[in-house]
Design a protein. Structure first.
Length: 127
């Protein structure tokens, strides 16, 4: 390889320069917002106590919010079929809603009246 080609190849190499800031606790407390902005830019901030590193402030990796595509795991599989969008039969709707054949809901029990009347009787006895 000739020297000119070597210089061209050397020019294509990317260099990542990691910036790391070391600060003591007092300075971190007084300039926290500045160091948070530096961390958001990608810099690492090392917080020291008596010049000994105890914590590191760095940017948070972004969280994926898009739904995962499951088709590579199940090729050719259809997860929602056209039958899903068809209306349900009346008997199945009644089963889900808790109604009878006539569409009337059954009464739900709230407890016995004896418990309520017992409280009233106790109250009257106290007075």
């Amino acid at each position: 390889m000739d020297p000119a080609q070597a210089r061209v190849n050397a020019g294509n190499v990317m260099v990542y320069n990691m910036v790391m800031i070391m600060v003591n606790v007092y300075e971190a407390k007084s300039k926290l917002s500045e160091y948070l902005e530096a961390a958001a830019r990608g810099e690492r901030v090392v917080i020291c106590r008596h010049n000994q590193p105890v914590a590191e402030l760095r940017p948070v990796e972004p969280v994926l919010t898009a739904p995962r595509d499951l088709t590579p795991m199940y090729p050719g599989e259809r997860f929602v079929t056209p039958e899903f969008f068809q209306p349900l039969p009346a008997d199945e709707i009644a089963a889900w809603e808790g109604t009878d054949e006539d569409g009337l809901k059954g009464a739900e029990s709230r407890g016995t009246d004896a418990a309520r009347t017992g409280r009233k009787a106790k109250r009257k006895a106290r007075t």
